[in-house]
Design a protein around this ligand. Sequence first.
Ligand SMILES: NC(=O)c1ccc[n+]([C@@H]2O[C@H](COP(=O)([O-])OP(=O)(O)OC[C@H]3O[C@@H](n4cnc5c(N)ncnc54)[C@H](OP(=O)(O)O)[C@@H]3O)[C@@H](O)[C@H]2O)c1
Length: 260
Amino acid sequence: MAFMGLIGCGNLGSAMLSRWMADGADPKLIKVVDNHEDKVSKLGFKVSKLEELSGVDVLVISVKPWNVQEVLHQIKPDPETIIVSMAAGISLKRLAKMLPEKQPISRVMPNIGVKLGLGVLAIAFNEFSAPAHKACVREILEPLGKTIELKEKDFNAVTALAGSGPAFASVILESFVMGGIAGGLSREVAHEMALKTMHATMELIKSGMSFEEIRFQVSSPAGTTIAGLSVLESDGIRGSIMESIRVASERAAELGSETT
Ligand SMILES: NC(=O)c1ccc[n+]([C@@H]2O[C@H](COP(=O)([O-])OP(=O)(O)OC[C@H]3O[C@@H](n4cnc5c(N)ncnc54)[C@H](OP(=O)(O)O)[C@@H]3O)[C@@H](O)[C@H]2O)c1
């Protein structure tokens, strides 16, 4: 495993650190820097100073976007240290301006699924990232979920779909629970059934069934499902979900231009 530094042990940083430890990482190979000692000690680490990060193979930056510049200006990375930025909206070009010339830099957009190792992580590398650098970053991200290399122009759509997506999916799932309760089920039963129904649907899709096949297999002529589907369609559920993702993507672009 690479010798690694993590700057920022908040929501995301602590989730990543927990996953790395659960995956069997050697704690001696991870240095953690954060303003709050309690956040770091809770995970069994002691707070390191920025100077102690010299010589790390990979430096993961997990502070808020508006703190990235001050952090990068304080560090003096070795030319071979790979900088991995998790900061939403800060482009590789902007990161490069804050770092020595020719520094290998990766920009990552993760989602909340990293907490369980089920994240979706978009990654883009700058031109100074050699194959060995890329392999090293991929290895570090492996325990966090699925990493997909994309062009930076796609990061706003990723932020909307994968980043905000869990919130949108929660609203849909919660509506299933509320519908069950409205139909007379207890909250506990409705909750369990909604989750299991969603889980089974996902597994059927993963097994190769198409969205359409599922809809038609469940819809008997003049039955309950087609009656419910006609309400979803006339209320324009697809349009509103697509629009929520479009608006979130647009907002990601706006936020990016505010921080870059
Ligand atoms: N949370 C997510 O699910 C998620 C998803 C995708 C991307 N991201 C990106 O990940 C980054 C971190 O997000 P987060 O939600 O984990 O933020 P967070 O909870 O605020 O964590 C950041 C931590 O870094 C500390 N920090 C800030 N400046 C520092 C400095 N100069 N030296 C040492 N520590 C410093 C903060 O301390 P203070 O509180 O004192 O500032 C805080 O403990 C952001 O750039 C965000 O865009 C997060």
